[in-house]
Ligand binder design. Structure first.
Ligand code: UT7
Length: 318
């Protein structure tokens, strides 16, 4: 029994913020942002558009694509790192807004930018257990919730962006989610947190030790991918497409160089979307399916890294 991906959709808010727009709200330049991150544009949600609203738009699209109705789902699992409310969860909010029945369970998971790899792995286990036949997996991220427009922190504001993705997984005997490797190191949590973990800390707002995060990401993302391939007796030759978390183009470049990953197989959308946290790999996959680069039968490898620290890789047969 496998969790098979039936359909994927994504949603990006209408407002596009270019690097030029960023120079108007902080002390930065287009040149700095492009050379340090590879980002040129990012989508920003409106003030009154919530994290759940982004998820709802992605879910509406995937329901439209499949013709499925809310009552066709046993569960909604949402990955988010940026919801405005701790409860009700974003999955509960989507459940309520789109009239899912009481028999559809809903739950959020928190693994920051690795949330979609963790989430898909969980969905796979749920389906393999036999208890769930069809699961809606969503990632909704409004990372601009962390940007204080009255006091913009140029250290991280240029990279974060908003967006959502939705995936429908069904129990089938056809290959789907094949395997995953998930890792975490809680001792490093203090290097990247939405606010200081230490209650005595004088720091305000997000703690973002960019360079430390960068150094871990360039090693941990490709290493966990390599571990997953070794575990399955696969090489990069066997993989059709590699979809890494879109955090920084330099992280993707370093990963490709250090692990001799065939660059033509690596997806990068960061130039247009920035870092949409756990939504980034779903948005990137949706785009590759839409433009024909990813096709039915392809073996896709995801790899991601995020706060926690969390990191992981997952294999999906389309
Ligand atoms: O998604 C979850 C995982 N997240 C990540 O993987 C993010 C990982 N980290 C990064 O991608 C990078 O650390 C950043 C893009 C966030 C920052 O790049 P960096 O090369 O590490 O820059 P830095 O913070 O070390 O700053 C280098 C210089 C500093 O100036 P000095 O001290 O060398 O004179 C900063 O003040 O660049 C300056 N700087 C800026 N200059 C113009 C920092 N931010 C900016 C800015 N515009 N926006």
């Amino acid at each position: 029994m496998f969790a098979k991906l039936i359909a994927v959709s994504s949603y990006l808010p209408k407002k596009i913020m270019s690097n030029e727009d960023m120079t108007k709200i902080m002390d930065t330049t287009d040149e700095w942002i492009v050379t340090r991150t590879g980002i040129k544009n990012r989508h920003w949600a409106e003030k009154n558009e919530t994290t759940a609203d982004l998820g709802i738009q992605a879910v509406k699209r995937v329901l439209e694509k499949t013709g499925l109705k809310p009552e066709d789902f046993d569960a909604i699992i949402v990955s988010t790192a940026s919801s405005e409310n701790r409860w009700p969860s974003v999955s509960n909010q989507i459940h309520g807004a789109l009239d899912f029945p009481r028999t559809t369970m809903s739950q959020d998971i928190y693994a920051a930018c690795t949330g979609s790899v963790y989430g898909m792995s969980m969905v796979s286990s749920m389906i393999k257990s036999g208890d769930y036949k069809r699961v809606l997996f969503v990632s909704a991220e409004k990372m601009t919730n962390f940007i204080d427009l009255d006091n913009v922190d140029r250290g991280y504001a240029p990279i974060f962006a908003d967006g959502a993705g939705a995936m429908v997984f069904e129990a089938t005997e056809e290959e789907g989610i094949m395997d995953s490797v998930l890792c975490s190191d809680g001792k490093l949590g203090k290097l990247l947190s939405d606010k200081p973990i230490d209650p005595e800390s004088e720091e305000k707002g997000m703690v973002f030790r960019g360079l430390d995060v960068f150094k871990h990401a360039i090693n941990d993302m490709p290493e966990v991918l390599q571990t997953l391939l070794n575990k399955n007796n696969l090489t990069f030759e066997d993989i059709d497409l590699i979809v890494p978390h879109q955090a920084n183009q330099r992280i993707i470049d370093a990963m490709v160089e250090n692990y001799k990953i065939p660059v033509e197989k690596v997806v990068s959308t960061i130039e247009h979307h920035g870092n949409t946290s756990s939504a980034s790999i779903i948005i990137a996959l949706d785009e590759q399916i839409e433009n024909g680069r990813a096709q039915k039968g392809d073996l896709i490898a995801f790899t991601a890294f995020g706060a926690g620290f969390t990191w992981g890789a997952l294999l999906l047969r389309l």
